[in-house]
Design a protein around this ligand. Sequence first.
Ligand SMILES: Cc1cc2nc3c(=O)[nH]c(=O)nc-3n(C[C@H](O)[C@H](O)[C@H](O)COP(=O)(O)OP(=O)(O)OC[C@H]3O[C@@H](n4cnc5c(N)ncnc54)[C@H](O)[C@@H]3O)c2cc1C
Length: 402
Amino acid sequence: MSATLSAQCCVVGGGPAGLMAGFLLARAGVDVIVLEKHGDFLRDFRGDTIHPSTLRLMEELGLLDEFLRLPHHKAYELAAWIGERKYKAADFRSLGGRCNFIAFMPQWDFLDFIAAHARALPNFKLLMQTSAEDLVWNGDRVVGVKATGPEGPLEISAPLVIAADGRGSHTRAEAHLDVEDLGAPMDVLWFKLPREESDPDETFGRIVPGRMLIMIDRGSYWQCGCVIPKGGAEELRQKGLEAFLDSIAKATPFLADRVGTLTDWTQINLLTVQVNRAKTWSRPGLLCIGDAAHAMSPVGGVGVNLAIQDAVAAANLLATKLRLGTVTDDDLAAMQRRREFPVRVTQRLQLAIQNRVVRSVLAADKSFEAPLALRLLNAAPLLRRLPARLIGLGVRPEHIAT
Ligand SMILES: Cc1cc2nc3c(=O)[nH]c(=O)nc-3n(C[C@H](O)[C@H](O)[C@H](O)COP(=O)(O)OP(=O)(O)OC[C@H]3O[C@@H](n4cnc5c(N)ncnc54)[C@H](O)[C@@H]3O)c2cc1C
């Protein structure tokens, strides 16, 4: 026997998109249940960046001061080291106001923060360790979700199900929504190395022929992402851990004395990069947001922020109608009309960088010359405002209207 629950909206997935959508809808008076299959938010494979667009949303919600009391590292600039030379690429100070930096914060802290504020609302329920398994249909309309929680099977009936269960969205697949794969030439190996006080005090990318390393300063350690050719992990494993660590030490000599802390491949996680977009984001009774609607490349680290922008747009478009029970199929389609344009533009830029820069760095075996665009950005501080806007605020930023 399944336990049964009902809500005005059931959100599948407690990632950035799902939790933020649940919080904003509940804040606007909608009865919301969010299902998250894991027992906590302590997972290491997600983006760590809170961009100015999200900081501005925190400011609009009156939560910015409290949010910035959480441990974080501020990056006012983005830079790439190519060989021994540093190239400045974006300057977020040019955005003005208080939200003129990227906050690097472990994603679990961000999600805990949103979850704590949402849980304080009487009409918000977050069911952890609860995995959505099937959709409930009435004809061709989705009218709920079948899930399994710590106490067994559960059925939640809801006039709207939001699929925010990430790029491998089971909910989207159950709804037979097709995805267009846009391709990615790379994967990422993700690992931690100890950080010392004398290390550079910045988050940056390091590029040498054949290697691209992203280093995120997390205080006591570096969260490192090594970009490798798509499907190349097995070949690296066959060549041996020592050869891989040697290449990291060569690319970033100040790490040479500690790459030895990695003694086994199990300390190195493979993240398979995907860039794709659902052709249709909704069905009667169901709406996809975040990575479930469009998986983003890690280029620019904008996936979390786009997921949150979707959540804001969904709440703005749907909260009142959900409360009144008047959401139509066209209201759901309106969400794709609003958000697909920013997603398309961002993915197009990511694909251009993936194909022109990442591909040629990974294929290079001799010295690699900085791309013209990077040289221009480094030479002209005013030009650095453009990537700051594109990365920091994105295309058509959303504002809280609920
Ligand atoms: C290598 C790599 C690096 C990246 N780096 C960055 C970065 O630095 N900055 C950035 O902004 N973005 C980055 N991204 C992208 C970013 O991680 C995603 O765009 C973002 O997490 C999407 O948020 P989401 O809420 O849509 O999905 P997710 O974060 O994937 O969340 C989905 C949630 O749904 C839950 N779930 C899944 N299935 C079910 C189910 N059946 N029932 C219940 N719950 C379920 C999952 O447990 C998860 O909590 C990176 C991506 C990759 C691949």
